[in-house]
Design a binder for this molecule. Structure first.
Ligand code: ZN
Length: 113
């Protein structure tokens, strides 16, 4: 993925409208690419800075961006973790379902012989 595409995704990313896949692309890209990281920082500062000026909140935006990126990287790591207990349950359900279907099909085929 090149810088042009990343640049297009940045506004979406800042509004939290990216898909997990797009987010992963951006996070991977800004690790390698200083220009895009800068672009992201500037757009974030502009967007958030205006919000803060209006609401009069505190102003440590760089730290905030770092925090936000870190949170996203962390959730990404969590998502990549091999099968959560819930996911494992779903997989077992599917395997169970598949066995039932296989048995039914087997019986149908057998009864037709
Ligand atoms: Zn780039």
């Amino acid at each position: 993925m090149d810088c042009k595409n990343i640049e297009k995704l940045i506004p979406k990313f800042l509004k939290d409208e990216c898909t997990p896949k797009e987010e992963a692309l951006i996070l991977a890209h800004i690790k390698e690419c200083v220009e895009c990281k800068e672009e992201l920082t500037i757009e974030f500062l502009l967007a958030e800075g205006l919000n803060r000026l209006e609401s009069g909140e505190s102003f440590d935006l760089n730290a905030e961006l770092e925090k936000r990126l870190k949170e996203k990287t962390d959730t990404k790591k969590k998502r990549q973790k091999w099968l959560s207990p819930e996911a494992a349950m779903i997989v077992w359900d599917m395997i169970g379902g598949a066995i039932v279907v296989a048995v039914i099909i087997g019986l149908l085929v057998w009864s037709m012989l």
